[in-house]
Design a binder for this molecule. Structure first.
Ligand SMILES: O=C(O)CCC(=O)C(=O)O
Length: 359
């Protein structure tokens, strides 16, 4: 009996492999291109010690130009993201763009970003977590509060990082991202605080992040002037934030988030709800249509129908997410004397002009 079952499982695995190879050939899926230069041992050491490193000269111009053009046209017509008019000084954002926009899919699958993550994380396998757009227009008064990313996400493991690319000149006066050097090693897990202080995420037993802004001189804060194509590579546990943009120069950035070998799906309360079906169980390694493997090679069955067209958020999951958010906000308002927040263009209530996203 057992031998028969093993044979059946063996052939099921063989069929799955064959299908994958055939589909790979059809979709012409190739691994991403390597970066323009090797990442140095010193850069890797900096990433490990500080939790963040600024890397320049790694991306071929075509990737930077394609993303810059894409973000520029979204900034000109943000209704493409939210489906409603957005005031020009709103902090604009969205995540999982690769599911909708081919420029973002191609960047995730084809650019050197996954190789950079592989080297910095020291991981064999690299999965895409998601991508995220951040436009802070000139005059945008919203500061990104100090936070770390890990606790936003329904994941366990340590090999999780972001590659945050500047798509224009970024300096301290147009909302450069800032980091507390070494904070990824504090062994702390803080509440997931968004710029709009989304009530759902704040319903967490974790501590608030420290008020770095109030006592800046107590912390080792670091930031960089950046040019288009420069990236900040940072650990999911490092504290970071950014000030308002009081300059006359809009700040455009595009982040991709990556996971390595030790990462598992770990859904929990007060973490980012997922608005696409993914088929993962708690404890599963990442993979599948929402968190596809990119290295050692992308898999056609994970890319699936996204090879041919956009995959919108699942309406049922999206409705459930909205319900979660609304109920949490109701609880928060009942439990406090806080003033009622204004209603946003999409019907949700924002306390600032913060980016709409799945996060
Ligand atoms: O662009 C920003 O201000 C926020 C970026 C951020 O927090 C992130 O990429 O994790």
């Amino acid at each position: 009996m057992r031998a028969q079952r093993d044979v059946r499982l063996f052939w099921a695995a063989v069929r799955a492999c064959d299908m994958d190879e055939q589909m790979d050939r059809c979709a012409n899926l190739t691994p991403p291109v390597p970066p323009l230069r090797a990442i140095s041992a010193a850069e890797i050491a900096r990433f490990n010690a500080d939790g963040v490193v600024c890397l320049r000269g790694l991306f071929q111009v075509r990737w930077v130009e394609a993303l810059a053009r894409f973000v520029e046209q979204i900034a000109r017509d943000p209704a493409q993201l939210r489906g409603a008019a957005v005031p020009p000084t709103t902090f604009l954002g969205d995540s999982f763009l690769w599911k909708t926009f081919d420029e973002c899919r191609d960047f995730a699958y084809g650019s050197p970003a996954a190789h950079i993550a592989q080297q910095l994380l020291g991981s064999q396998r690299i999965n895409l977590l998601f991508d995220q757009l951040f436009v802070k227009p000139a005059g945008c008064a919203v500061a990104t509060p100090w936070h770390h990313d890990h606790t936003f996400w329904p994941l366990s493991g340590t090999q999780i990082m972001t590659i945050w690319m500047a798509l224009g000149d970024i300096k301290s006066d147009n909302s450069a991202l800032e980091f507390v050097r070494g904070s990824h090693r504090w062994g702390k897990r803080y509440k997931a605080v968004r710029p709009d202080r989304l009530a759902y995420l704040l319903e967490s037993a974790l501590d608030d992040p420290p008020d770095v802004e109030a006592r800046r001189s107590d912390y080792d804060i670091v930031s960089w002037d950046m040019e288009p194509g420069d990236v900040l590579a940072f650990d999911a546990f490092v504290l970071h934030g950014s000030p308002a943009n009081h300059s006359i120069v809009s700040r455009h950035a595009f982040a991709t988030r990556w996971a390595g070998d030790d990462v598992r799906f770990a859904p929990g309360p007060a973490t980012m709800p997922l608005n696409w079906r993914h088929g993962l169980r708690p404890g599963s390694p990442l993979g599948g249509p929402l968190f596809p493997q990119i290295l050692p090679r992308p898999l056609a069955h994970e890319l699936g129908s996204r090879a041919y067209g956009p995959e919108p958020r699942d309406p049922e999951l999206l409705a459930a997410t909205r319900r979660l958010y609304q109920e949490a906000e109701l609880r928060q308002r009942k439990g406090s004397d806080a003033k009622q927040a204004p209603v946003g263009a999409d019907g949700s209530r924002f306390r600032g002009e913060a980016p709409a996203s799945d996060e």
